[in-house]
Structure formats: structure tokens, C-alpha cells
Design a protein around this ligand. Structure first.
Ligand SMILES: Cc1cc2nc3c(=O)[nH]c(=O)nc-3n(C[C@H](O)[C@H](O)[C@H](O)COP(=O)(O)OP(=O)(O)OC[C@H]3O[C@@H](n4cnc5c(N)ncnc54)[C@H](O)[C@@H]3O)c2cc1C
Length: 245
């Protein structure tokens, strides 16, 4: 892990909505079919390996890396994309781009996580296939992160106690070792939902604005790819070829 907060983890991916295992499943690293007991009642269930990220650690790592490269973080609210005194402005405001870029296609998709002390789990569990409620738990060194819910157009950032109970119940039904684990907290986040991700440059007077937002529920998975594309748009703008498409 080396302080990045990222480790390769194995876990089960399941679905109640699909009747058959997706064709791509067998190509995943660490793929193997689940035994009947491991299916836990889901029609589709298989093992796989994937990078698992402990987000607070990972964000600290990214910030250190940014500052070691000479970057500086200043906290504040930007009211207008023309406000920063810079030739290139990169708009990574997530849901805030609704106001900042006037993008009404952005919608909040509310999520809620329940954090428990880790009773010794190493494998993750995630239910895929869409829907507004599902079962997932992701073990990190000291804690396990339990989900999940998706509330489209729900702006509430307070934890919903009923959802906390339902998330706990669903996860404990799958992993009884979670019962009795100490509750560390409940967190709510608003995913920046949009029909498609926007990575695009725009000339505003003599300044270049590069938009990079609208990643919905996959912003971490997409982050390096989108950042590379946004950086490329900055470079093209800097040398004056941003109108080449
Ligand atoms: C419960 C939950 C689970 C998730 N699970 C996953 C997952 O498993 N995998 C995955 O890939 N993704 C996941 N996501 C999605 C992921 O967190 C987002 O896609 C990602 O955080 C989007 O990153 P972003 O930097 O574009 O926006 P954000 O993380 O929303 O950051 C935008 C930042 O801009 C700031 N800002 C906004 N407006 C202004 C302004 N006017 N001035 C100054 N600052 C401003 C905000 O305060 C914020 O700090 C999950 C999200 C939630 C809520």
C-alpha cells in the first residue's frame, strides 16, 4: 500500500437483477465462480480482485504529492469562473459546476455510508446492477465502509437513521461478523450525476477554462483518465491549438 491508501483486494461481486454472469466477468483479475454458499442468495456471484481505496488516506497522499511538486492549496469559494487570476482555470467543482458553469444537466445522487470498526474482514462485497439500494462493504485497515443507496435529486446531507438501519441489516445478513462492530460514524455524499462526463475546454476572453466534472458514481475510477485528458486540453490551450478538436 506504501501510504497511498490503495491495495489490491479480493472480494465478491453479486447481482440480483441479472440472471446470468456477464460475459466480461471471467476476464477480471482473480476471477473464480462462487460456491453455492458464497452466492448468499444472489443469482449472479463471483470472486474478483481490484484496487480498493481508503479514501481519506488516498486524498492525503494526493495532496502531499501535489504539494511536493510545488502546488499550493487555498481554500475558498469561487463565485465565477472568470474570478481566478489565471490564464488557465480547471473547473473540477463536481456538483458545484451546476452554478459555476450554469450546467443544469448536473443532478445530485445522494449516497450514505455507515462506518464500523473492522472486526477482521479483508474481502470486500459489492452488489452491482443498478437500482437505488444495494449491499456493499469495503474493509480497510481500521474500519469497514458499508453501503449503499442512490437518491436522485435528493439534496439532503443529513444522515437518514432509517437508511442506516437498513444498510446495517443488509450487510449483517451477508457478513454476520459485522453485527456488534462499533459504529464509527455515518457519512452522506452527493454524487455529481450527469448524463455524461464533461471534459471540455472553452475560451472565455483571453482565458482558457477546462471543465472536468459530472462523474456521478465513478469519479474515482475515472479520475486518472479524465485528469490526463484535462491536462492535455490545458497543454493544447497553452500552445494555442485548443481549436483543433
Ligand atoms: C457514497 C458514495 C460512494 C461512492 N463510491 C464510489 C466508488 O466506489 N467509486 C468511484 O469511482 N466513485 C465513487 N463515488 C463517486 C465519487 O466520489 C465522485 O464521482 C467524485 O468524488 C467526483 O469528484 P469531483 O472532484 O469531480 O467532485 P467532488 O468530489 O464533489 O469535489 C468537488 C469539489 O469542488 C468544491 N466546489 C464546488 N463548487 C465550488 C466553488 N464554487 N468554489 C470552490 N470550490 C467548489 C466542492 O466543495 C468539492 O470539494 C462515490 C460517491 C458517493 C457519494
Amino acid at each position: 500500500m506504501l501510504g497511498t491508501g490503495v491495495r489490491m483486494a479480493q472480494g465478491r461481486m453479486v447481482s440480483r437483477l441479472d440472471a446470468e454472469e456477464p460475459a466480461w466477468a471471467a476476464a477480471l483479475p482473480g476471477y473464480r465462480p462462487c460456491t453455492e454458499a458464497e452466492h448468499a442468495g444472489f443469482p449472479v456471484a463471483f470472486w474478483m480482485s481490484t484496487p480498493l481505496i481508503d479514501m481519506p488516506r488516498y486524498l492525503r497522499y494526493l495532496r502531499d504529492r501535489f504539494e511536493s511538486a510545488g502546488g499550493r492549496v487555498e481554500l475558498g469559494t469561487v463565485r465565477d469562473l472568470e474570478e481566478p487570476d489565471a490564464p488557465i482555470v480547471v473547473d473540477c467543482a463536481g456538483l458545484g459546476a451546476r452554478e459555476l458553469a450554469g450546467d443544469t444537466q448536473l443532478r445530485p445522487v445522494r449516497g450514505q455510508h455507515v462506518m464500523l470498526e473492522n472486526p477482521g474482514l479483508t474481502d470486500f462485497f459489492v452488489e452491482g446492477g443498478g437500482g437505488t439500494e444495494w449491499t456493499s462493504f469495503f474493509p480497510h485497515a481500521e474500519r469497514v465502509v458499508l453501503g449503499g443507496v442512490a437518491g436522485v435529486d435528493d439534496w439532503h446531507t443529513e444522515p437518514d437513521p432509517e437508511q442506516t438501519e437498513q444498510i446495517l441489516k443488509r450487510c449483517i445478513d451477508i457478513e454476520p461478523r459485522l453485527a456488534g462492530a462499533r459504529l464509527l460514524g455515518v457519512e452522506v455524499g452527493l454524487r455529481p450525476g450527469r448524463p455524461s462526463i464533461r471534459v471540455e475546454s472553452q475560451r472565455r476572453g483571453d482565458r482558457l477554462v477546462v471543465h472536468n466534472y459530472g462523474h456521478g458514481s465513478v469519479g474515482i475510477a475515472m479520475s486518472w483518465g479524465c485528469a490526463t485528458e484535462a491536462a492535455d486540453l490545458c497543454d493544447r490551450g497553452r500552445i494555442g491549438v485548443d481549436d483543433l478538436g
